[in-house]
Ligand binder design. Sequence first.
Ligand code: ADP
Length: 588
Amino acid sequence: MVMLQPHDGKSGEPSFFKFDQISHDCKQGGSRVKASGNKNYRYGGFMKGKMQDWPLLVSKLIDHAAVNHPNVEIITATVEGLEHCYRYIDLHLRSKKLGQALLKWGMVEGDRIGTLAWNTYRHMEAWYGISGVGGVTHTINPRLFTEQISYIANHAGDRILMLDLSFVPLIEGLQDQLTTIEAFIIMTDRSHMPETSLKNVICYEEFVEAEDGDLTWPDLDENAAAGLCYTSGTTGNPKGVLYSHRSNVLHTYAALMVDALAVGGRDVIMPVVPMFHANAWGIPYLATACGAKLILNGPNFDGATLHELITRHDVTMTAGVPTVWLMLLNHLEETGGDLAKVTKVGIGGSAAPRSMIQTFQDKYGVEVHHAWGMTETSPLGTVATMTHETESWSAEKRLDLQCKQGRTVFGVELKIVDDDNNEMPKDGKAFGHLMVRGPWVVESYYGDDGGTILDDDGWFNTGDVATIDAQGYMQITDRSKDVIKSGGEWISSIDLENIAVGHPDVAEAAVIGIAHPKWDERPLMIIVPRENAQIEKADIMTFLRGKVAKWWEPNDVVFVDELPHTATGKILKTELRISYEDYRFPED
Ligand code: ADP
């Protein structure tokens, strides 16, 4: 092989090879490169490819599972307190039975059917059964405020609400405000049906088992709506993101990639992230695609139950938000347990603290896939995995990268812009508004709430503020509304919080901007200490020193017993800002 212009592998300059001299071991150009001559080819306009038009439908995923991995198990820790086990072939049949039952009931294409349910096999049947026959599975987050739940169900125009036993009392209280729901399907069997004041109640098992499953899924348009999920509405009313069959299937392919969630047919996945939160990161779809065994934790989120499920069922991969992992890691710490066969954990929804990534990796030998996304992005956007270049970096520098939210998965485009929509440099330093686009990114909200939400080039403003470095790793530095504006510069509340939770006596930390006469805003740090910890402001300030720029150090640190959280487990900064509205720094 002759290199006409030697390439040092670093400069970013292209290399040139002489075609006829390329040898078989050439890694860069392939070995059979020939100039084509282009004699007979002339571009004359659009030419349609001659490949099959196979619509990307969610029903194809469950059909695939039934044919290719029929005997793979789905195990659920049920709401009724028992463990249920069946196979993909059973999920397929019962999803069809549910589809038949819904059509017989009078559901028509495009109808929204609400679900208020944990991660269970029945909820999986609802996902496939509803959208398989053309309905829209509207997953409602039961942790929302009650007014938000009724707002969402009414706004979506849900005709049926399918609910777990746990939520019957909640919905009894809301029944009069639910103006579009014609029937309530309680997701249990006859023997567990509760006494209830709900009107038009149907027992799920009776509804499903009255059918024979002899149904062919309709040939839907792949752009038809398949699912609906509302954002948690930290500002204003929640808004609906209406996923299509196509967007869900494309997201499935992407999420399976090695540099995304990296799962396959040998995995046992426990998606602790709930199915009512941003599609459970697509796991109920990608498990059917690849044939992974599924362990569903039902209403159980405590460290002891999660650990028990992980150990008993040889879970290899699990995914969830940092709050859940904090509970699990505390449990392991107290009991001296380990993570058995788990090799990978997905962490997202909020920033994974450095100490958490280190504990998973160094203490338990579990690789962390730190991911970023949002309801509006289906949700997968970026994952912090290594590349050719970064794999050889020192352990400390790789950990720095894992603390970032990562590189885009193919199908998602990212950039950062300033207030005037000018693109900012990808140097890992400049922060800007994070913009995103791609085939599983929202185009507009359900009911066109919020009007046009894309700019002229189709970019969606995520509301996050981020940096992107030269290797393409994106790092969220804040939500636009949470960033602290001090003397014309921005201070990242998230960075400060992440460092503070690395202190052994800190359980949780929040940082908000407080009005300041000279600097506009300055940071106030609010800390929940660990149980029985004796900790003071001076300890925190010493801990932060040298880890952040001097001017980022908070002007004060206060201690509280607990912090308010959103329905998706994030710190509710809006409420903190109201609580500390009249707060003044000691020096003021
Ligand atoms: P919400 O309805 O609360 O906005 P989402 O789950 O859609 O619920 O939240 C998306 C937001 O969560 C993102 O815009 C980002 O601010 C935050 N987020 C998600 N993943 C991460 C992460 N790994 N690190 C930091 N923030 C994250």
